[in-house]
Ligand binder design. Sequence first.
Ligand code: FES
Ligand code: FES
Length: 151
Amino acid sequence: MKVNTTINGMKRILDVKPDEYLLDTLRRHNYLSVRRGCDTTSCGVCTILIDDKPVPSCAFLSVRAEGKRITTVEGIPKEAEKLSEHFGATGADQCGFCNPGIALSVYALKKSQKKVTAETLKHYLTGHLCRCTGYQSQHKAIKEYLGDSNE
Ligand code: FES
Ligand code: FES
């Protein structure tokens, strides 16, 4: 089946199987920043943006992407690099496996122009599990980052 989408600002026609999820379709089309973690909508590692909203791609049927705008971390290189540098500078960086999904949720929060409070942050990051350690340093770094980048 053919599905018409826009991925990272470019029109793309994806060849999809009827029962395929976007995680597999995107990886097959070389969007390799979209990673597989749990495959059961629990970890957030596979997060992408669909029409600017964070969505776990392991649970989104590819046929439902018809007419949608998809963003992967390849589509926000500057933003992802800035956040990654900030993680490094503040000691919040770890193995980085979960970073692409987190970068997309942080970008979505920033674009939403909602006030960044501990509550909004928790709301946007709650679906992201990090296997490396606790979340305090990540959340603190992201709050600082959004404060700075919103100025
Ligand atoms: S791989 Fe999709 S939520 Fe874990
Ligand atoms: S930094 Fe390693 S899984 Fe999150």
